[in-house]
Design a protein around this ligand. Structure first.
Ligand code: PRP
Ligand code: URA
Length: 209
């Protein structure tokens, strides 16, 4: 699992427990997902290149660093990926946001694309595809394929929970894409839900069930 990065910082795991808890309602669920997304983004961006610059402090002139290289794009998979956008934007406020609408057909579990709006310069950006749940991996793999068809080459995937099945699917389809997750759960149930998981992320975020 060389391209899987487990971001298991104590603060993240503590908040993740509250996210998993069935008693946590949409208001707290949203706030917690927002906080965890910010904390995870810190690790996901750890390999950002730096360039040396000079800065004049009140005392003297010195060498310092700024981030260089590609600009960042965040691509939430609708709907549940929306819950992770603001946390990342608080760390990287200049990132542009593209949206890909994919839902999972409840019978076949196959991803169905229904919406796409990306920044005009998406090919030139370092993209972070976000979705809290990596279950069968169908939705994430389809969204990444969609981006590659549009010429995108630098892509990472960030989720809260991943099932081994989803990790395998993304690794097989997109071996170049790093997967960042706060936990790898046990397995999927017969309906394609992550066990133990957190239930339906979109419904819990938006209170639709
Ligand atoms: C959920 C989740 C992922 C997908 C994961 O979305 O947010 O996008 O399922 O499952 P997969 O890895 O098996 O594809 P869902 O289809 O429920 O749509 P929603 O976010 O609009 O509720
Ligand atoms: N989508 C969800 O929202 N939850 C799961 O456990 C699997 C897919």
């Amino acid at each position: 699992m060389s391209n899987v990065h487990l971001i298991d910082h104590p603060l993240i795991l503590h908040k993740l427990t509250r996210i998993r808890d069935r008693e946590t309602g949409p208001k707290d669920f949203r706030a917690l997902m927002d906080e965890v997304s910010l904390l995870m983004a810190y690790e996901v961006t750890r390999d950002m290149p730096l360039e040396e610059v000079e800065v004049e402090t009140p005392i003297c002139r010195t060498k310092a660093y700024t981030i260089s290289g590609k600009k960042v794009g965040i691509v939430p998979i609708l709907r549940a990926g929306l819950g992770m956008v603001n946390g990342i934007l608080r760390l990287i406020p200049t990132a542009k946001v593209g949206h890909i609408g994919v839902y999972r057909d409840p019978e076949t579990l196959q991803p169905v694309e229904y919406y796409c709006k990306l920044p005009g310069d998406v090919q030139e950006r370092e993209l972070i595809v976000i979705d809290p749940m990596l279950a069968t991996g169908g939705s994430a793999a389809a969204a990444i394929s969609f981006l590659k068809e549009r010429g995108c080459t630098a892509i990472k995937l960030m989720c809260l929970l991943a099932a081994p099945e989803g990790i395998q699917r993304v690794q097989e389809t997109h071996p170049d894409v790093g997967i960042f997750t706060a936990a790898v759960d046990e397995r999927l149930n017969s309906h394609g839900y992550i066990i133990p998981g957190l239930g339906d992320a979109g419904d819990r975020l938006f209170g639709t069930k």
